[in-house]
Design a protein around this ligand. Structure first.
Ligand SMILES: *Cc1c(COP(=O)(O)O)cnc(C)c1O
Length: 352
């Protein structure tokens, strides 16, 4: 089996296009897309969704204005956006972010070019700090500066999985906050065992693409990548059919509640920690190396928040029990540091 080209096109080849279309039809309304006015695919990854999102955006804006757009994204956005802008040789304006990770919209407005179409990549959950960019403020800035055309896409790699099933679902609903496309990862919230993702956009954006005719496929292929995983689309279909909204909602509530619990435990010991609204990604002062290793924590650095940081992304496999074990370790670490002993001596390197 192989899913090649446009899944909406009739095909006599061995594929799972029918299942792939049903996955898109299931998720499209959760993001506020009208299934009849929607086009989408099960991608290879969040990055693949971003790639299609940016490429489709460039073509869409070119079809409207005959001009190349300027791309805008915050400095907290995923590095793939920067790579993808580079790949397409786009002018990229990187907008500074506030200490908690949201795009500085005042700086965005100043950076906006009123002469050129704007391709805006909105972060719905930055990778490290779990920050959600302020979409209404971004839209207001765009209305004031009035570039000749605007295309907005959401990079919702992790958060796009759970937000539609949470009380914050309007954040990713284009009926409430307009956007043209969304990219989500399949191996983050959805937990698939291989990289997968969703890319969903409007029929209007899709229609403005100028696909090259591919003789050997006897088709005009709109996708950048040729083959997609037929098994991946089946896995997605299997999971959404088995889980339904009830189970997805339970998982969304579970991880958000865990994040609140961990924040509470850290607050109780006065440990510097931050949790953005709607986020399952807690970040805090970086503990000793032995904890970083034992708990496999990712590092970052921000002088505005006191320097070295680490984060914990609360996912479905975590529990209050794992959090309590972590807090026990962290207390040991704090005590050790207080005693002035070098962290990372005793108990280091033991497998968890
Ligand atoms: C993880 C992540 C990506 C990349 O997703 P992959 O599926 O790993 O390619 C893109 N954007 C954000 C915000 C992410 O957190």
């Amino acid at each position: 089996m192989n899913n090649v080209g446009n899944p909406r096109k009739e095909s006599a080849l061995m594929n799972t296009h029918r299942f792939e279309n049903e996955v898109i039809e299931y998720f499209a309304p959760l993001f506020g897309f009208d299934p009849k006015e929607t086009w989408g695919i099960v991608t290879h990854s969040g990055t693949d969704g971003n790639m299609h999102g940016m490429y489709f955006g460039v073509k869409y804006l070119q079809s409207k204005t005959k001009q190349l757009p300027v791309a805008y994204v915050s400095d907290q956005a995923h590095y793939s956006i920067k790579k993808l802008a580079d790949l397409q040789n786009l002018e990229l304006r990187i907008i500074p972010a506030a200490p908690l990770g949201q795009m500085d919209v005042v700086a965005f407005e100043k950076a906006l070019d009123p002469q050129k179409p704007a391709l805006v990549v909105v972060a719905i959950g930055t990778t490290f700090k779990g920050a959600i960019d302020d979409q209404p403020a971004i839209a207001a800035a765009l209305r004031r500066v009035k570039p000749p055309a605007v295309y907005t896409m959401l990079d919702a790699a992790l958060f796009g999985g759970y937000l539609p099933f949470s009380p914050y679902k309007d954040i990713v609903n284009r009926q409430k906050l307009t956007f043209d496309a969304i990219a989500v990862s399949g191996h983050k919230f959805f937990g698939f065992d291989e990289p997968l993702g969703l890319f969903i956009t409007t029929q209007e954006v899709f229609n403005s693409q100028n696909p090259f005719r591919v003789a050997y496929l006897n088709d005009a292929v709109p996708t950048i990548t040729c083959s997609r995983s037929a098994l991946g689309a089946l896995k997605f279909w299997w999971q959404m059919t088995r889980n339904g909204e009830t189970e997805y909602r339970r998982q969304a509530a579970y991880i958000l509640e865990l994040a609140q619990y961990q924040k509470k435990r850290l607050d109780e010991m006065n440990y510097p920690a931050w949790l953005n609204p709607m986020s399952n990604t807690l970040f805090f002062k970086r503990p000793g190396d032995w904890i970083m290793k034992k708990w496999d924590l990712a590092p970052d650095q921000d002088d505005r928040l006191g320097g070295d940081l680490a984060h914990d992304i609360l996912m479905q496999h975590e529990s209050r029990k794992t959090i309590d074990l972590f807090i026990t370790d962290l207390k040991k670490d704090v005590a050790r540091r207080r005693q002035g002993r070098a962290a990372g001596t005793a108990a280091s390197g033991r497998a968890f």
